[in-house]
Design a binder for this molecule. Structure first.
Ligand code: SAH
Length: 460
């Protein structure tokens, strides 16, 4: 078919009805079966669209007018929603977001996992889906000599000043504002990306939701930070919650926020927080879940799915700082955790000690190599928990699971598509997917987290 024969042409205006939402949040309408993707449009809406770009099998459009609004449409409460791009779903009510996320998981289960009948439960959402993030990291810039700190405008490296982020803990917003003012007062220069000059690159804060302890990290280009002591003094006078102020030095030309060197300027190297009954020590560079409230919901579900009685040997693959491992260790005989980042394993070991847990062991390495080694040494798990990055599990690991035959596999996933792909492999290897529970860890964004449980078939 030539371009002229396609149902829509570039710059043409069409009236359409939106049927669906893509996984990246665009509305989908069809003209004679030909899909048009339109940002900011919602399923059930009718509107006028300008066709912006036409490809062989689909087109992109811009929403010009809405003729009929979705029951789920709402005015984004954040004034910088469009410029920022950190959230993608604020024009959809929270109820609508949860409906969309469940549907998305159901669809990939059918399409990618060939599991059209697997139960996918309603998404476990937050009662109050705002102000949930416990970590802020904001780039610093200059405007007319003064410091600004906020976010990079979408698809650019221009920094826009920001006073509040509605998904951020208020305390983090307050601390960032104050640190910006204090550093401005002492004439600290912002880092200039283009010229690779200046001092302050990022302000980062972490806040322990349960403990109320806060950490401030000043990421600087240079080791030297003028008026260091006065800056520290002003921060601690203003915020008694701050227990740790550190400087991280990143002298490279890079988009990576933190460098390798961290100096404690004042107070402790760590702050503490709790998820459920488990305490975690968090340093400037530690990985720690950004929404601890929902992390608890997710891990409680994982623990429920693991059905531990106290007799089991459990493997936690991709264990990070041991968050899930320690949760499981409360109910298991023994837990083995494996993770590729050595610093995370150091944190995991420290956290085990901090909680007086002696029935966990951690090892650094690739899950797909370490677990077969364990198997060779006679370590056989009754339950395996995996929580891989977005790309999902390595095939070698899935094969090891299939060979090891644990009774249950609990799969925690931040990407429904790779979850569905891996569930199919495990199904073909002798497992049955019993149920899938999506949990909303990141309200107003497109992220969908799920936990699934599989049962060995010959065990039924
Ligand atoms: N379960 C942890 C973190 C999960 S994130 C928590 O909830 O805190 C996924 C983790 O997998 C990351 O820490 C990443 O470093 C690790 N990882 C990535 N590839 C890996 C591999 N091949 N083997 C082991 N760990 C890996």
């Amino acid at each position: 078919m030539t371009k002229q024969q396609l149902p829509v042409q570039k710059n043409e205006y069409v009236d359409v009805t939106f049927e669906d939402l893509t996984h990246d949040g665009a509305g989908v309408a069809k003209v004679e079966g030909f899909p048009i993707f339109v940002p900011n449009a919602l399923p059930g809406e009718r509107g006028k669209v300008k066709v912006m770009k036409v490809k062989k099998g689909y087109a992109f459009g811009r929403l010009e007018e809405i003729h009929e609004e979705s029951q789920y449409r709402m005015t984004p409460p954040c004034p910088i929603y469009k410029e920022c791009g950190g959230c993608q779903l604020q024009h959809l009510s929270y109820e609508g977001q949860l409906v969309f996320k469940q549907k998305q998981v159901k669809e990939v289960m059918a399409r990618i996992g060939h599991l059209p009948d697997v139960p996918v439960h309603s998404v476990l959402g937050m009662n109050d889906p705002w102000r949930y993030r416990n970590k802020a990291q904001v780039p610093v810039g200059e405007r007319e000599g003064g410091l600004i700190a906020g976010f990079y405008q979408q698809r650019s490296h221009e920094i826009i000043d920001m006073e509040a982020c509605l998904i951020q803990q208020e305390k983090n917003d307050e601390i960032v504002q104050a640190v910006k003012e204090i550093c401005g007062k002492y004439d600290i220069r912002a880092y200039d990306e283009q010229k690779h000059r200046g001092t302050l690159r990022h302000i980062m804060t972490r806040y322990g939701l349960v403990t109320g302890e806060a950490m401030v990290v000043l990421v600087t280009k240079t080791e030297e930070l003028p008026h260091k002591n006065s800056i520290v003094q002003e921060i601690i006078e203003k915020f008694p919650q701050v227990k740790s102020i550190v400087q991280n030095v990143n002298s490279k030309r890079t988009n990576v926020i933190m460098g390798d060197k961290t100096n404690v300027l004042w107070g402790e190297e760590y702050i503490y927080d709790l998820i459920g009954d488990i305490k975690f020590a968090i340093s400037a560079r530690s990985f720690y879940q950004v929404n601890p409230k929902q992390t608890k919901v997710l891990y409680d579900k994982a623990l429920e799915y693991a059905q531990l009685t106290g007799e089991e040997t459990v493997i936690d693959a991709y264990c990070g700082i041991g968050t899930i491992s320690l949760f499981l260790a409360q109910k298991a005989k023994k837990v083995y955790g494996v993770e590729i980042v050595p610093e995370a394993i150091e944190d995991a070991k420290r956290n085990a000690k901090l909680n007086g847990m002696t029935n966990v062991e951690f090892e650094v390495g690739e899950a797909e190599r370490v677990i077969p080694d364990w198997y060779d040494k006679g370590i056989k798990a009754d339950v395996i928990v995996v929580d891989p990055p977005r790309k999902g599990c390595d095939e070698a690991l899935l094969q090891t699971i299939i060979d090891m035959k644990p009774k249950r596999v609990v799969y925690v996933s931040c990407n429904p598509a790779t979850l569905a792909r891996d569930l199919r492999i495990l199904e073909d290897g002798g497992y049955k997917t019993v149920q899938v529970q999506p949990v909303d860890m990141f309200p107003h964004t497109l992220h969908v987290e799920s936990v699934a449980v599989l049962q060995l078939k010959e065990d039924e």
